[in-house]
Design a protein around this ligand. Structure first.
Ligand code: G6P
Length: 612
């Protein structure tokens, strides 16, 4: 949801900003811009991608060793040149970049208009930069204090960086509800929405906390204060990933790379946390609160998007294995629907980014009601991770493709461990069964490798159906959430309308859509409901739908009915989503490529949704 980057130091700022913006482009790609300070304030901005911005930049005017840059996911105002960031204050002295939403912008705008301010964009951001200027003028105070006072008047979410024409030796950054990292180099600083623009230059970072601002000086010093004006000192943290991990490594797209990284990502997510031979599971976060978790009367899983689909699988796993009731809630609904939450609930928040605004708000509500919050996040040090009482990182490594793949599979592998550990403590699983599942979990990466070998076959299927206008995905039991996720993958990146449905529920509606033009993807690996799913396949076949079935190796019945079969290795039914999702990710990927879509940056989407 918008990427921001800033630099102050001895180097040329422009190449650092552009490279940083490209790394942050997954957060938004509606427009991009930079402001550079070298005596004058020079601003370049353009609707479109960072590469479109590069085309209009005059290299004669990029010399500067302080600057800020922004890549936008539009909220207020359409994505055109005018609304692109940075935005200047009325005097032209201040430039600002902003990730977030100022909710009370209209009353501030009214006030500023009365005082003679005029506006040149439709954004809330331009109002903020003028509010800062007005406060500074009125209070006759330093810029950093004016930023602090102005932010105290603002309702909403932001990560901002302010550049001041009259002080080329200072940047001011602040955050509330949107992430911000400060990279500390040798007498130089990098500021960014996440560490990806920073890792190339330094591993030392400080994470700005909620409602804090930083005054960052060219002489190598910085001060962090709360918006209440209390000075803070934060530990300098070491980044735990490498540059290599955020590059494409020979793959054409991040999404494809991340699909192929799943075996390793799952191994990383399980490493040190289980041992099949010895029959143990050790999730640090869970152990810490095990008594409370054991006594929990209910689990509530809250998440958005793909993470919500992992949550559904979590519901099946926890209820199935640990016999505790589970509810799965869209964070955006949960936070506003006056839910019943109590001290005896455990709320599991699942989020790749750890920054999703609705998920954050949902856990804050649950925390206020004294529930225990367990966070499952991928991004280390993210807001959700920090807000949770306990939790586990998925350790999938940076996920750059907007459509989530390896984050999903690692979320499932971890939630499987959580369900198993609770089942162990509660005595709802025999040790022999536990071992069997753990052995099989250890085998999953190998089985995903095998599934990835089906890529060429899946590409052929993609070529046949790439022009379809609708797709239906059907599954039962553990494969129902996979059907939802498969449909989401396809619509996100290929813009084909796709629906996921419980296979048996098809006859209550979607069956009306089936004709010879409708591809129907069946997830038919369940042993427990195999005959039932065969009947559902028959029902589609009778209506001339085109059947693409994901089945276990050696399947005969569905082979006889389907137009295409994708044979995947057999596994424990409760682990099957880890395998069956892989062909669906590849199918969506190939169809999107064949339709000429930008798979890593699908239109209108963003990787990290930090607005409601
Ligand atoms: C966005 C992304 C999805 C993601 C969802 C939740 O919509 O495009 O891929 O599943 O946010 O994000 P989270 O970071 O909380 O998992």
């Amino acid at each position: 949801m918008c990427g921001i980057v800033g630099y102050i130091g001895k180097k040329e700022a422009f190449p650092i900003l552009i490279k940083g913006l490209k790394r942050l482009e997954y957060r938004g790609y509606d427009s991009a811009g930079v402001a550079l300070l070298n005596g004058n304030m020079t601003v370049f901005k353009k609707a479109g991608k960072v590469s479109d911005l590069e085309k209009i930049v005059d290299p004669a005017h990029t010399g500067a060793n302080i600057g800020i840059g922004h890549t936008r996911w539009a909220t207020h105002g359409e994505p055109n040149d005018r609304n692109a960031h940075p935005h200047l204050s009325q005097s032209g002295d201040l430039a600002i970049i902003h990730n977030g939403i100022i909710e009370n912008y209209s009353s501030i705008k009214e006030e500023l208009t009365k005082r003679g301010y005029t506006f040149h964009s439709d954004t809330d951001t331009e109002i903020l930069v003028n509010l800062i200027e007005e406060v500074q003028k009125k209070e006759k105070t330093s810029l950093d204090n004016a930023v602090r006072i102005a932010l105290n008047e603002v309702v909403g979410a932001y990560a901002i960086v302010v550049l001041n024409k009259n002080n080329p030796d200072q940047l001011i950054a602040a955050r509330k509800g949107s992430p911000m990292v400060i990279g500390i180099g040798d007498d130089e600083f990098y500021i960014a929405s996440d560490a990806s623009p920073i890792i190339e230059y330094t591993q030392n970072v400080v994470y700005l906390e909620e409602q804090e601002y930083a005054v960052i000086n060219r002489d190598g010093t910085y001060i962090i204060r709360t918006l209440g004006n209390v000075e803070k000192s934060h530990e300098i943290k070491k980044l735990e990933f490498s540059l290599e991990m955020i590059e494409k490594g020979g793959f054409e797209h991040f999404m494809l790379k991340e699909i192929y990284e799943q075996p390793k990502a799952i191994e990383d997510s399980l490493r040190g946390r289980m041992n099949a031979a010895q029959g143990w599971i050790k999730l640090g976060g869970l152990n810490e609160y095990i008594n409370r978790i054991n006594k929990a009367e209910r689990f509530i899983i809250t998440a958005c998007g793909t993470s919500w689909h992992s949550g559904l699988i979590g519901e099946y796993l926890i209820e199935d294995l640990a016999r505790v009731p589970v509810e799965v809630e869209y964070a955006s609904e949960f936070r506003y629907r006056n839910p019943i939450i109590s001290e005896s609930d455990v709320v599991i928040a699942i989020s790749q980014s750890g920054e999703t605004a609705d998920t954050l708000a949902a856990i804050s509500l649950a925390k206020d009601n004294r529930a225990l919050i367990y966070g499952l996040c991928n991004v280390i040090g993210s807001s959700i991770a920090r807000m949770s009482h306990a939790g586990s990182y998925t350790h999938a490594g940076p996920e750059i493709g907007v459509a989530s793949t390896k984050a999903f599979s690692t979320q499932i592998s971890l939630i499987t461990l959580i369900a198993l550990q609770i089942a162990m403590v509660k005595g709802t699983i025999p040790t022999s069964k536990l071992r069997e599942i753990l052995y099989e979990l250890e085998n999953i990466p190998k089985k995903i490798e095998e599934t990835l070998l089906l890529d060429a076959q899946i590409k052929e299927i993609a070529a046949i159906y790439k022009d379809a206008t609708n797709f239906l995905y059907l599954g039962r039991g553990y494969n129902f959430p996979v059907a939802l996720e498969g449909a989401l993958k396809l619509k996100e990146i290929s813009y084909i309308h796709a629906e996921g449905y419980p296979a048996a529920e098809m006859k209550h509606g979607p069956i009306a859509l089936i004709d010879e033009n409708m591809p129907v993807v069946f997830l038919a690996t369940n042993k427990s409901a195999y005959e039932k799913i065969v009947s559902n396949v028959q029902e589609v076949k009778a209506r001339k739908g085109k059947i693409i079935a994901v089945v276990h190796k050696g399947d005969t019945q569905i082979r006889a009915l389907a137009d295409h079969i994708i044979e995947v290795p057999e596994t424990e039914e409760i682990l099957s989503p880890l395998i069956t999702i892989v062909p669906l990710q590849l199918l969506a990927y190939h169809i999107a490529i064949m339709r000429g879509c930008n798979v890593d940056q699908p239109r209108n989407l963003a990787k990290s949704v930090t607005v409601e």
